[in-house]
Design a protein around this ligand. Structure first.
Ligand code: SAJ
Length: 422
């Protein structure tokens, strides 16, 4: 089968590589020539375990070619980004639209078009079909369309693409069956077939469910601080209940999906309340962390602080929608000088410094990202470099005893100020 994958980012590239590694003839299309060049040289523009090996296998088998233009194929798969229009709080669908515009001149009878990008409910019917019909072909009779939302978590993308169950939403039964049979070359999970609009809705519900549950954990953390309780101990105990599974509080929710997708639900509704409230709670967490820092630095003149981690979560190099950015901007508005250290992220709006340079002269370290490297930092090694020895751990990953023992004052998000000392 010849498959044209449009959009070679975090989802499109691994999907293209998986199809190619399983014997399909794949043309990967991206409008960014630099991405094409780098892929041709075997360089992947982001970190993802297992992807370099998979791509190499795809390239050496001659089943994968990267290009800037779509061409005639049996299948067209759209995996272009759907960012948030921040002002409107709605999905920006221009990349999906232009992918469809690129496809329709090449569309032939019996072709299958798959949309993987996350979109508001109704997008396949209302936006894609009218563009694809410009080919002169009839949707559902001449060509087929299905929404097959990705469910892979960054950091474990390949494994999850292979093993997770998949929702396949066809514009009719045949469209869903064709998509299922295509994906079954590498997907080991179970397929659940439905219509396109339901699949669009299900994807948004999944990420909104997670966002709301993180918001609940974040609200619990703030109440715990007021109540003189450690949220971490309380969550551990509550989760011993067979039907309770509270997530982890933190400095906010980032990434290209969970911080964005709930708005794709609200844009289509007049009834969303808890969904927007959860967004508001999670977006308020960088400010909560800043208040903790302010509490520690009261009286320090010309404070200099060091942010540990600007990736949106531990172990990845992706800083999209990171809560670190809002934290830094709020801290600057407060008059703090800010230095930034992240062992994974390569490019960021602020200069990224090595560990020692970042802590040199600092008055407070703030752990924003739960990178495993931060757990291994020896507090005694950086003690001498700092001006005042304060730490705010917004992820609860540091060994408080060790940091206290080395002479630091430490506060952990969701704990009462003196809890760490006990
Ligand atoms: N976070 C917390 N507390 C937690 C869990 C996460 O604060 O207990 C934060 C993380 O630090 C991060 C953000 O939430 O800033 C999102 O991270 P994540 O690991 O929850 O999710 P993503 O964005 O990496 O991937 C999600 C996944 N969706 C769900 O788990 C429902 C993934 O399966 C999706 O494929 C992906 O979104 C996507 O592309 O839609």
């Amino acid at each position: 089968m010849k498959i044209c994958v449009l959009g070679l980012g975090y989802i499109g590239l691994p999907t293209a590589a998986l199809f190619a590694a399983h014997g399909h003839n794949v043309v990967g299309v991206d409008i960014n020539i630099n991405i094409i060049k780098s892929i041709e040289e075997g360089i992947i523009p982001f970190d993802e375990p297992g992807l370099p090996e998979l791509l190499e296998k795809a390239i050496t088998s001659k089943n994968f070619n990267a290009k800037t233009e779509a061409e005639e194929s049996d299948v067209f798969l759209i995996a272009t980004p759907t960012p948030l229009d921040r002002e409107m709080k709605m999905a920006e669908l221009k990349h999906v639209r232009s992918a469809a515009e690129m496809i329709y001149p090449h569309l032939r009878k019996e072709n299958l078009v798959i949309l993987e990008s996350t979109v508001p409910p109704g997008t396949c019917e209302k936006l894609l079909i009218p563009i694809l019909k410009k080919s002169g072909l009839d949707a559902g009779n001449d060509f087929y369309l299905a929404h097959c939302p990705e469910r892979a978590i960054p950091g474990s993308t390949i494994c999850e693409m292979v093993n997770n169950d998949r929702i396949i939403g066809g514009i009719n039964e045949r469209a869903a069956e064709l998509a299922k049979s295509l994906y079954s070359c590498f997907v080991k999970g179970t397929f659940y077939l439905t219509n396109a609009r339901t699949a669009e809705f299900v994807k948004l519900m999944e990420n909104t469910f997670r966002d709301i549950n993180i918001a609940l954990a974040n609200e619990f953390a703030q109440v715990a601080e007021e109540s003189g309780v450690s949220i971490w101990e309380a969550i551990e105990l509550a989760n011993k209940h067979p039907r309770v599974n509270i997530l982890k509080p933190g400095p906010g929710v980032g990434g290209h999906c969970i911080a964005i997708d709930p708005w794709f639900l609200t844009e289509n509704s007049t009834r969303c309340r808890i969904v927007s409230l959860a967004r508001e709670i999670n977006d308020g967490m960088p400010n909560h962390v800043l208040q903790m820092v302010k509490g520690m630095l009261d009286g320090v003149s010309d404070p200099l602080i060091t942010v540990f981690g600007v990736a949106y979560k531990g172990g990845v190099d992706d800083s999209r929608e990171t809560p670190a950015l809002k934290f830094i901007k709020l801290a600057e508005n407060e008059g703090y000088k800010v230095k930034v250290h992240d062992p994974h992220v390569k490019e960021f709006e602020y200069e990224l410094l090595g560990l020692e340079e970042a802590v040199d002269g600092s008055d407070c370290l703030i752990v924003i990202t739960d990178h495993p490297e931060f757990k291994k930092i020896n507090p005694e090694r950086i003690f001498e470099l700092m001006r005042s020895r304060n730490v705010v751990d917004a992820r609860n990953i540091l060994n408080c005893r060790a940091w206290k023992g080395a002479g630091f004052s430490i506060r952990v998000l969701g704990n009462v100020p003196d809890y760490e000392e006990s």
